[in-house]
Design a protein around this ligand. Structure first.
Ligand code: ZN
Length: 57
């Protein structure tokens, strides 16, 4: 059993459940069109960009 691998798989599954963007520009364009108060952040797990509510983190 490799619990660290299981944990990583779970983290990646979490990533796939989120909106994921290849670049900050793509994320910002999506936010602009969505009208929601979101901001992009670089994910340490998958290295792509996800969105979070403004004010968090
Ligand atoms: Zn991620």
């Amino acid at each position: 059993m490799t619990s660290s691998a299981t944990s990583l798989a779970k983290q990646i599954a979490d990533c796939e459940a989120k909106s994921t963007f290849c670049s900050k520009g793509d994320a910002l364009r999506f936010i602009d069109r969505s009208g929601y108060p979101l901001r992009p952040y670089r994910c340490v797990v998958c290295g792509d960009w996800h969105l979070t509510k403004q004010g968090e983190g």
